[in-house]
Design a protein around this ligand. Structure first.
Ligand SMILES: [Zn+2]
Ligand SMILES: [Zn+2]
Length: 441
């Protein structure tokens, strides 16, 4: 535990008032990453007042980490009731999320989730509803939602983010994590590599819109990302140090978003490519892959565009003319065709935002023109080259192009334009739209 950015050190940090003006405090109370970490489970059950555990897993995650977890409980004399979903792919929809409520043993006073994305998302909601303490035994270093207080779920066949409880403890046993399916390990690194553009765009957003930014949070994510990249070589051979670095990075990302109170430090354009592909997969049954795999591909596409942006200079008059001539209704028609039923909420969000406000646009254009050199310097400081990203994804054998997961490469330009609309966050597509250049990429 050599760095101040190690998870266990971060967690011990008391809430503090930062130079950014916020008091930073994480909801996650304990985290342990390392070989044999699952053997601390009973200790944490007791620490959080548990006398009987309700263990939630599916058959795959139970085989991966659940057996070790319950053996630890048994050896320490802690009774438990187990609820296990089947082997088939679990979707976090109304049925799956309702199931633990119907199978709940009311003698249980602590929740233990054994799994990764979906099991964690489901248990976070159940923990919020029951107000019970909650421990996760992670089975794959696949996504950065372990330490967050929102769940990504499917409601009425639409993907939405809902408020839920953050786990009290995350246990990342590298003996378990390193045996995860390789696609999930690759996905975890993909979700970390996304932080290059997230951090870059957070700084650009601050320059253009004057939004909140915290260098302490950014530093923490940068350090975690560097550790993942420095160890990436070992991922394919399931080296515990490499897998552990990714798991730590994913937990730290959750803490960073929690500290900042916004998802800015951990998601940007690359994530929005992934969200769009997920939305279309649900609506039109188009191909999809794991979140982090899609983020890795999105990162490649985003870096490719940044490299072109570096050669541009903003033209104020052209930008203002673009705003005047933009056919918003025609564009919203394109959004409807691309997103189907998800489009209504997206368009409503767009109409209520500053994106289409004439004066706000002019102010942003002024900032872009006045600070263009600074914006380019930020991209130089934060972003690796496209070739470097290709090297990293090649190193771990991860897909690099949408067509490698079944999505036509010819749709990338439209997807990129859509990334501007799905959240109210200033990202690369926002910058290029404001400059009147969005159609050129
Ligand atoms: Zn701060
Ligand atoms: Zn992510």
């Amino acid at each position: 535990m050599e760095s101040q950015y190690d998870v266990s050190q971060l967690i011990k940090k008391k809430p503090f008032r930062c130079s950014c003006g916020k008091i930073h405090q994480a909801h996650l109370k304990d985290a342990v990453v390392g070989a044999g970490a699952v053997e601390t489970l009973s200790e944490y059950v007791r620490k959080y007042g548990g006398t009987k555990a309700f263990v939630i897993a599916d058959e795959n995650t139970f085989a991966a980490g659940g057996e070790k977890a319950v053996r630890n409980l048994e050896r320490n004399g802690i009774p438990y009731t187990r609820f296990t979903y089947g082997k088939e792919r679990l979707e976090p929809d109304e049925v799956a999320i309702g199931a633990p409520a119907l199978h709940f043993d009311h003698a249980c006073d602590i929740l233990v989730a054994v799994g990764s994305g979906v099991i964690n998302d489901i248990t976070k909601i159940f923990a919020k509803l029951t107000s019970l303490p909650f421990i996760v035994v992670a089975t794959a270093p696949s996504m950065d939602g372990y330490a967050s207080s929102t769940s990504s779920v499917i409601r009425e066949k639409l993907k939405v983010s809902v408020d839920s409880a953050c786990p009290d403890v995350v246990i990342g046993d590298t003996d378990i994590l390193k045996e995860a399916p390789m696609l999930m390990i690759r996905a975890g690194l993909g979700d970390m590599l996304a932080k290059y553009t997230s951090l870059c765009e957070w700084r650009i957003g601050r320059i253009v819109t004057g939004e909140y930014y915290c260098e302490e949070v950014a530093k923490m994510v940068r350090a975690a990302l560097k550790k993942c990249v420095d160890n990436a070589q070992g991922l394919l051979s399931r080296d515990p140090a490499a897998v552990g670095a990714v798991m730590e990075g994913l937990i730290i990302s959750g803490i960073a978003a929690d500290w900042a109170g916004v998802s800015r430090p951990v998601s940007g354009t690359e994530h929005y490519f992934s969200h769009l592909w997920d939305m279309r997969a649900l609506e039109f049954s188009t191909p999809w892959s794991l979140h982090g795999i899609q983020c890795g591909i999105g990162e490649m596409e985003t870096l490719k565009i940044y490299e072109k942006v570096k050669k541009r200079t903003p033209d104020r008059a052209a930008a203002l003319r673009f705003f005047e001539e933009f056919d918003r209704q025609a564009w919203f028609g394109t959004v409807r065709a691309y997103l189907g039923r998800c489009a209504d909420a997206v368009i409503k969000g767009a109409e209520g935002s500053q994106r289409y406000d004439k004066e706000a646009h002019a102010r942003r254009v002024d900032n872009i023109c006045a600070h263009w050199d600074e914006i380019l310097a930020v991209t130089e400081q934060e972003l690796p080259s496209y070739d470097e990203m290709r090297r990293l994804l090649t190193l771990i054998g991860a897909p690099q192009k949408p067509s490698e997961i079944g999505i036509p490469d010819s749709e990338t330009s439209l997807a990129f334009q859509m990334t501007r609309e799905i959240r109210d966050k200033y990202i690369l597509s926002s910058l290029l739209w404001d400059m009147g250049e969005i159609g050129n990429f």
